[in-house]
Design a protein. Structure first.
Ligand code: GDP
Length: 300
């Protein structure tokens, strides 16, 4: 956890430290508030949340009058945490109420880190004592099934795969069937993120979902989003949300951007919490998203 925090801090430093430095100026004039606003917008926080935050900060600083650095830090921390929705349920639900395994479908555009996230999540679950079956339903990208299987071997999870270019829905179906037969705890399904047309995507993901639900309800549909893609990522997210009911967001590559504000923007956009964050390519680089820890990493 310490390592993950350090990694976050390194990439996000400019945002949190920048805000704190600006807020600590002796005279908080209009220009300074504008700079604070710009800092937030540059970090992809989004227009409406930025305006709300600045308004609240202005009011609180005004009420405070003279202020110590500790007070300012505390105030900024509180407001940033509040912006991230500390009350949201960020549990990744894998406990099926019935006898069948919990089923998690992982969706997102290719290249965002879907397969890597599926592998890392399997590792977390296995470390937690759960047995996991992986479904390689990303038949669009040739190497995806191999990549997932390698993860499976690494973490100790069986991978169900089909022929190259095979039908994703039937692979997903087989994976769940296998999970039931093996009495596995969780089935994780990696899907294809073909976003050529919305109807194409809808057909494919919709079919996977329907087929999986023949066995029982899906416990989670996680949308994987690359934090470095900013507004583009948000547009993608919207399309996916129209196609399936996203229950949680995984924000990957947060180690490679200073724009942590995307967490706020995407939660607002979809009305769904960020549950996990990717902080690197390694097997241990997936962390639960925790607003307090995140803000602490931001402002140091
Ligand atoms: P997919 O096409 O969505 O399945 O994407 P992949 O899982 O193949 O990931 C694409 C690339 O992003 C790979 O090189 C991954 O190692 C890398 N990647 C995935 N997650 C992260 C992350 O959190 N941080 C960094 N730095 N790289 C990541």
């Amino acid at each position: 956890l310490v390592r993950l925090r350090a990694r976050l801090a390194r990439s996000q430093n400019s945002l949190g430290k920048g805000l704190l430095t600006l807020l600590s100026r002796e005279h908080l004039d209009e220009d300074t508030w504008e700079e604070i606003e710009e800092t937030l917008l540059t970090a992809d926080v989004g227009v409406a949340p930025t305006q709300e935050l600045v308004e609240r900060l202005r009011e609180r600083v005004r009420v405070l009058g003279t202020r110590t650095p500790e007070e300012l830090r505390g105030l900024l921390r509180e407001e940033l945490v509040a912006l991230l929705g500390p009350e949201l349920d960020r549990t990744v639900h894998t406990e099926s109420p019935s006898d069948v395994p919990g089923v998690v479908m992982v969706v997102g555009v290719n290249g965002t880190g879907k397969t890597t996230t599926t592998g890392k999540l399997a590792r977390v679950l296995v470390a937690d004592g759960k047995s996991v079956v992986l479904g390689a339903a990303d038949t669009f990208r040739a190497a995806a099934a191999d990549q997932l299987q390698t993860w499976g071997e690494r973490v100790g999870a069986r991978t169900v795969r089909g022929p190259e270019g095979g039908d994703p829905a039937s692979i997903a179906y087989d994976a769940v069937k296998e999970g039931i037969a093996e009495k596995a705890d969780v089935v994780l399904i990696d899907t294809a993120g073909r976003l050529h047309t919305k109807t194409g995507l809808m057909d494919e993901l919709g079919k996977v979902k329907r087929v999986v639900e023949k066995h029982g309800p899906l416990d989670e549909i996680l949308l994987v989003l690359d934090a470095t893609t900013g507004q583009n990522g948000l547009i993608q997210a919207r399309v996916f949300a129209e196609v399936v009911d996203i229950t949680g967001i995984v924000l990957t590559k947060l180690d490679g951007t200073a724009k942590g504000g995307i967490v706020v923007a995407v939660q607002r956009e979809l009305g769904v919490p960020v549950k996990l964050v990717g902080l690197g390519e390694g097997p241990d680089d997936l962390a639960p998203f925790e607003p307090g820890a995140f803000v602490d990493a931001l402002i140091g």
